[in-house]
Design a protein around this ligand. Sequence first.
Ligand code: SAQ
Ligand code: ZN
Length: 376
Amino acid sequence: MIDHPVKYHLEKKEKHTGARLGKIETPHGTFETPMFMPVGTLASVKTMAPEELEEMGAGIILSNTYHLWLRPGEDIVDEAGGLHEFMNWDRGILTDSGGFQVFSLSDMRDIKEEGVHFRSHLDGSKLFLSPEKAIQIQNKLGSDIMMSFDECPPFDESYDYVKKSVERTSRWAERGLNAHEKLNKQGLFGIVQGAGFEDLRKQSAKDLVSMDFSGYSIGGLSVGEPKKEMYRVLDFTTPLLPENKPRYLMGVGTPDALIEGVIRGVDMFDCVLPTRIARNGTTMTSKGRVVIKNAEYARDYRPLDEKCNCYTCRNYSRAYIRHLIKSDETFGLRLTSYHNLFFLLDLMKKVRQAIREDNLLEFKESFFEEYGYNKP
Ligand SMILES: O=c1[nH]cnc2cc3nc(NCc4cccs4)[nH]c3cc12
Ligand SMILES: [Zn+2]
């Protein structure tokens, strides 16, 4: 049993669901869960300054091992004093291990027992990533929470392929843990795989729980499968994970998926959605999405969301934001990105309050109704 630098403290279970209120303690602070983590793939949450992320209540943000390994290289980040110094962020940082990015970004060469051979999506150069290398890079980046190197198979892959992939991902997890224990400055999470197969998810969870990770990610989801399938997998996967460790659902997500994930016992979420859709002027509001480029907003002098207390909504109108986005004024991207991130962080604050009051299901119903999720 190693002394985990990242610890989870379960504060309260919600009375009617699997939701939990907790705190995750890291070398860069302790943060409330359930939480949404903004994504800063290339060591920047696009268009946001760290002070703005702090003021909107972000606790842990994400960066990507694969991207930073390719550019600028983990040695430059290491020489700069690590990611926190490099990007001037003194709260939590979580890094993905690179496996998923290899499968989703570069044209695959081949997956071997020792690791994955592939070509860089930047210049086509030949690269090799292994469990040990992924751990070594993350240690040089200096993130607080690191991910094991895993394979995320397509959700509709065959049972036989997924079974073999899960067994290899478990062997990779063991290798990563062994490589990490010599360095052990940060928390390391295991990533549960198994696509939509209950017995393979059970096998994956059993293997990883026996290795005593600091926390557990649920991988292999939010890869294009129907939401109902994701919820079905969560229904039988989260109960397999220890109550006293954090559970992180990777790549999720939309307001409804965040709430449904919390109800099923998930504590941590990340998604590029808020900043990605902001860049084409799509914003999330309590009354559903507002696509600000639409002509209907040209003379609309109200804020994006009259119920939102963020910098954007306190100071600017829809008409102004629409004008900026239509004119390709980069300030417009900052205003929509700020609001979207604030919206999801504020949603999680409301979800935490609903857990405290044991009325998460009522909160879900009223949020879904107002957002328009119940509309046919
Ligand atoms: O199994 C996984 N292992 C390690 N990282 C992941 C990241 C993930 N991100 C998403 N969905 C969000 C997406 C981002 C870009 C394409 S899909 N699903 C994901 C699954 C995994
Ligand atoms: Zn706002």
